[in-house]
Design a protein around this ligand. Structure first.
Ligand code: SOE
Length: 400
């Protein structure tokens, strides 16, 4: 740690799957990055004292609290990291911002667009740095795809084809966990994994003008139970409960720049464990990326010599590829957990230099607007204009 390195004292609220991913990043950042701003794992909050005490020890926090409000009020906390279920994000983030803390919030930002706009309004009025944890933007191959698109290597974009396919809840005996209850999660596959491909397509191609989509719940009732780490869960009783969110979401979009999008987010794609994929087609070529092969980017360029044209695979682990200099020599590859290190290194840079790195709460609200537009479209069966939905939400906020 350099003599001028600013220390950012982190207070985390929650400690399950994303708590582990973020905590690993805080602990390992100093190994690989020196943004002049270094995270210190100061405190972690959780309701169950025995569990949060264990989490503090396992994840490396100097102290713990059993009430998140106490953590937020502590004057030895600079950054609040919210990794609890979606229905807690709004109250926690607004309280943290109003207490003068920087905020990193897991995706999706909120349960509703109105709540997301409220969070954005408070964030913009504060001097705090704010960010939403769409970690996949920070895979080196995705950042390199963005560079190619911005340099015009694909030319005008015609198509975005994005999928996020999982299969962890296909067994009907998988219990009714928080991710399947509307009052806790807001939406199912749409908001949990669809939010990621919405964010990636906005990052790579631009804003969506209108969407048209449908949602489906294949398994309507499940046994009561809870998550037990990662994407595993345990059944707590034979009592059955109603699944109140989508198992799968499919939607089309028309982008403001004229591109067409087709999106699929499902937890019922057997054999696809975490297949977050996109293909982007432009007038000069195409690119393809698949998280399950995250270091590789497949590219096709129409100006390649005739006879030699074809998709070729670039292993994005050369020094010229984003973030790789922080890690290892070419070909030594990096993993899922490094997308969080890359993302949090940008957050540290933002805190040091006084700006909210993207995706910040404005991106969170824009992503939420697309989510809500798809939900509305599913009810009406028609196209929904994304900007109009945001305008309506902001008008409600002014009059609330
Ligand atoms: C479950 O679908 C989940 O943990 C998501 O909540 C994460 O955002 C995704 O990165 C992995 O899968």
């Amino acid at each position: 740690m350099g003599i001028n390195t600013q220390q950012v004292r982190v207070g985390m609220i929650g400690y399950q799957f994303m708590g582990k991913a973020h905590s690993h990043a805080y602990r390992d950042i100093p190994f690989f990055f020196d943004e002049g701003c270094e995270p210190i794992q100061q405190a972690i909050a959780g309701r169950n004292e025995e569990a949060v005490k264990e989490a503090a020890s396992a994840l490396g926090y100097a102290s713990y609290e059993t009430d998140w409000r106490t953590l937020i009020k502590r004057d030895d906390i600079d950054l609040v990291d919210i990794v609890t279920p979606n229905n807690t994000h709004t109250e926690m983030a607004i309280a943290a911002l109003e207490a003068g803390k920087h905020v990193l919030c897991e995706k999706p930002l909120a349960l509703s667009l109105l709540d997301a706009e409220r969070m954005l309004e408070v964030a913009e009025k504060s001097n705090a740095i704010h960010m939403v944890s769409h970690n996949y933007r920070y895979a080196p191959a995705v950042q390199y795809a963005k560079k190619l698109i911005d340099e015009g290597r694909l030319g005008k974009i015609f198509h975005v084809r994005a999928q996020y396919l999982q299969d962890f809840i296909m067994d009907p005996s998988f219990p009714l966990v928080w991710r399947l209850k509307k009052e806790v999660t807001g939406s199912g596959a749409l908001g949990d994994i669809g939010a990621h491909i919405i964010d990636l397509s906005r990052f790579l191609v631009g804003e969506m003008k209108e969407v048209n989509g449908m949602l489906e719940t294949f398994v309507k009732q499940r046994p009561i139970g809870e998550m037990s780490g990662g994407l595993s869960a345990s059944v707590d009783s034979k009592e059955m409960g109603e699944v109140t969110v989508d198992d799968a979401a499919i939607f089309m979009s028309r982008f403001e720049n004229g591109a067409l999008g087709i999106f699929e987010a499902t937890r019922f794609a057997a054999g696809n464990r975490n297949a977050n994929r996109f293909e982007i087609n432009g007038e000069k070529g195409s690119i393809r990326w698949d998280l399950e092969n995250m270091n590789n980017l497949e590219v096709f360029f129409t100006d390649d010599e005739e006879g030699l044209q074809g998709f070729r695979t670039i292993n994005c682990t050369e020094e010229v590829h984003p973030y790789i200099r922080a890690y290892w020599p070419a070909g030594h590859i990096i993993g899922y957990e490094h997308t969080f290190l890359n993302m949090i290194s940008e957050l540290m840079k933002g805190i040091k230099n006084g700006y909210s790195p993207k995706p910040n709460f404005e991106d969170g609200a824009k992503n939420q607007a697309v989510l809500e537009a798809v939900q509305q479209s599913n009810e009406t069966g028609g196209w929904v204009n994304v900007a109009q939905l945001r305008e309506q939400a902001r008008r409600k906020l002014i009059h609330s």
